[in-house]
Design a binder for this molecule. Structure first.
Ligand code: CA
Length: 236
């Protein structure tokens, strides 16, 4: 049995203790640092499977820690942030954090984020008949076959425009993970696109009308207010 190693950098000791015992109950091996410098040293020596990083640390800026880690590794980073740190959350994601979780959070939410991060550390392609294809997305009634560019909902084909398909497949390929507005816009419309969110919002509304039973209460694509969108984790 292989235990996954998690490095947690968080200066609030009671939060550390709480998270640590919750993770250890799930058989994760946890090493904790109460400041950024010790945290970076732990990451360098342990090369963990996941990093949990509080953005508000006494010595270093969380964003600088992300930049430093990203200069040599793609180890998943989950940022722990306060509700008031919207701009920092977006910056953290844009500088290479994989996800964030907002305080206060429950253990089950944190464990789900860690499982997602661990899954995204692995390739999502498989070989069929000697060809390398991307694993399809499936969640409840929604199915996306990337090789065939086919989207079905409860076995009925959904007709999407080219932009709508690109959007849905980008979110589905990263399912479970939040993608920022700027990240999505630059991937769909190119790096020089005007980064106002209006065209993105309009397209998302069209997509929701096609795939959600109730677009006001989406089941597949969630809005992370002020940050971006997250598609529900694929079951396969
Ligand atoms: Ca803190």
């Amino acid at each position: 049995m292989s235990k996954f190693t998690i490095v947690m950098i968080e200066d609030e000791k009671n939060i550390c203790n709480f998270i640590e015992s919750a993770l250890e109950r799930q058989d994760y091996k946890v090493s904790t640092a109460y400041n950024g410098r010790d945290g970076l040293a732990l990451i360098n020596s342990l090369c963990p499977d996941v990093i949990l990083l509080d953005l508000g640390l006494p010595d270093l800026d969380g964003i600088d820690i992300i930049k430093s880690v990203r200069s040599w590794t793609t180890i998943p980073i989950i940022v722990i942030s306060a509700r008031t740190q919207e701009q920092e959350k977006v910056a953290a994601l844009d500088f290479g954090a994989d996800d964030y979780i907002t305080k206060p959070f429950g253990t089950s939410e944190l464990l789900a984020r860690i499982r997602t991060a661990l899954r995204h550390g692995k390739p999502t392609v498989k070989a069929i008949d000697g060809c390398v294809v991307q694993t399809p997305y499936r969640c409840e009634g929604l199915y996306i076959d990337f090789a065939k560019r086919l989207v079905t909902l409860n076995d009925h084909k959904i007709h999407l425009t080219q932009i709508e398909y690109k959007l849905v497949s980008l979110l589905a390929e990263n399912s479970g993970k939040v993608l920022t507005y700027d990240y999505i816009i630059s991937h769909i419309w190119g790096p020089y696109a005007d980064n106002n969110n209006q065209i993105l919002r309009v397209n998302m509304a069209h997509i929701r009308r096609k795939i959600e039973a109730n677009p006001a209460e989406p089941k597949y694509i969630f809005t992370e207010i002020g940050v971006g969108y997250r598609m529900k984790e694929s079951e396969i």
